[in-house]
Structures are given as structure tokens and as C-alpha cells.
Design a protein around this ligand. Sequence first.
Ligand SMILES: [Zn+2]
Length: 327
Amino acid sequence: MTAEEFDFLVRLLEAPSPSGYETPARRLLRERLDGVADSIEVDMLGNLYATLKGSGGGPRVMLTAHCDEIGFLVRHIDERGFIWFAPIGGVDPHLSPGQRVSIQTASGPVAGVVGKKAIHQMEGAEKDRVIPFTEQFIDIGAVDADEARRLVAIGDPVVFASRVERLCGERIASRALDDKMGAYLVLRAFLDLAGQQRLAGDVCAVFTVQEEVGLRGAGPAAWGAEPDVAFVVEIGHGTDTPCPRCPSYRRCPARQRASADPWAQRQPRPLRPADARRAGGGHPAAGTRRTARYRYGCQGDSAEPRRSRHRPGQGADPLRPHPLGGP
Ligand SMILES: [Zn+2]
């Protein structure tokens, strides 16, 4: 990966785009596709479609990944200026207390810290309890409701204020590898195909929205793109991390179907629907599959192993040489 490509990937990963608020990520993707794709469209939900026309006669191919991420939503500002929030997607309530967050307001980001009852004020088993989101709040430093409400509005989306971090080797951590990494792979495949002799069939890259809140974009996107064949890129669980309940990670379907080592050279392999269910978590292929099975009578998807899904710092290894031999 070139320095310019890595810089783009970092900007994509850091563009705040919780489900339903994907505009910043979609804008970046669209900038790269402008002048390359033969046509670009955005549907009512916000799914972004870029098409390369084929030379004629071949199957229409869809490449797709979701470009939304988990986050939070401002639901209430109390009289003392504390901000109460709800999760967008499957956020683990264990992980949010103490985190710095960035509220995406109409006039720009506002920094905050997620608070909860201090450990000194807790007793006994209360210390072991998972603090539900209803008992967590965002402190932006406001002294009262007026000051908070001047800055923040009900409905503003919120993301963890974590940047892309370089880990050892060529690895990175980011809050949004699920699934901006997939979106980036789809983009790169599309750009590579655009630089080659046209395929017989059309190629349609689709960057879907609202995956984290119920695979909402993928189904309509499969209807919109009307593919003969669809390749869905999504993360799967990296199963090489310690887990007391799974002493033998070899039994994990993600291991069997993709690779337990998220740092290893990745080879997308077929992931059966049952495997996706066993591995846990939603997969936009399920949305595409629903439409595919219903409308086209076909299905198929792939999973990219990632460590620490749905956390402020998921891990991946994007800097390895391009599998197609490019930069
Ligand atoms: Zn995902």
C-alpha cells in the first residue's frame, strides 16, 4: 500500500459515519470514484452505487461492503448539562465508560467523556455489574443545560474519539475497521478493474448503509444493483485472541472458513450462512442473501478476520502487499 493509499484509508476510517449518518464516509468514497466510474448514484437510504459498464454479454457483478460504523445518539440533555445517549448498533456497554467521544453537531465536533458512577461510590456486587447505557452519560464540561444545549442537539450522532493507531509491524487499530476496511477493499478492487480492459459484464460497487442497526442497506442495495453475482466483504471475528470459553479456537467457524489469524495473508473463502450465525454478529451478506435468495435464488459471502470487533480499537493488517500485486 502506498503512503497516499494509506492516508486515504486513515481518512476513511476516521470519517465519523455511525449508521444513518454515513455522509462523511460516502463523500470520501465518492470523491475517489468521480471520474472513474461510468455512473454514480445514491439511493433514498444513502447506499452509494458506482458502475463500470461492461463490453457486453457478461454477468453483472456486485462488489459490496457497508460503510457505516457503530456509535451513539444523543437522546436527552439534562438540567445540569449532562448528555444521555443510546447506542447505534451493537456497542458493548462495558467499553464506553471513561472513553472520550466526539459528538458530531451541526457546527462541528464537540468533545466529551463518558461518565458513570465512580467506583468509590459503588459497593459490593455493584462493582461487577455491567453499567447499562441508561446509567452512562456524556460530560462535555458544560455547567448547565443552556450551555450544553447551545452546543449539542438531540439526535446528534456520537463516535468514539479514537484515531487510527499504528501497532507493531504493519498493523493498525481503528474504531471503524468494521467495515470501512471492507469498503476500502471494494473501492480498491473497483479502481483496479477500472484501470484494466473492461469485463464483459457490468461491475457495480455498492457501499451500503445502516448495517449496524439491522442490515438495512444491504437488501435494498441488492435490489438496486440487480446483480447476477454478488461479492460481499465483511469482517469476521479474529479467533486468535484469548477466550476462556473457547479453548480450542480451531473449532471456531471463522477459523475454518477464513483464517484465525487476522494478520495472515487473507484469502476470502465461502462462508455458509450457518457459519456466519455461529461466528456471531450480523453480516450484510445476510441482507444481500435475503434479497438474492428471494429474487435471484443464489447466495455467497466472505468474512475478513478482525480482532476486537465493535470496540474503539479493532485490529487489522492493511499494509501488506496488495494481493493482486498492485501498490
Ligand atoms: Zn460490519
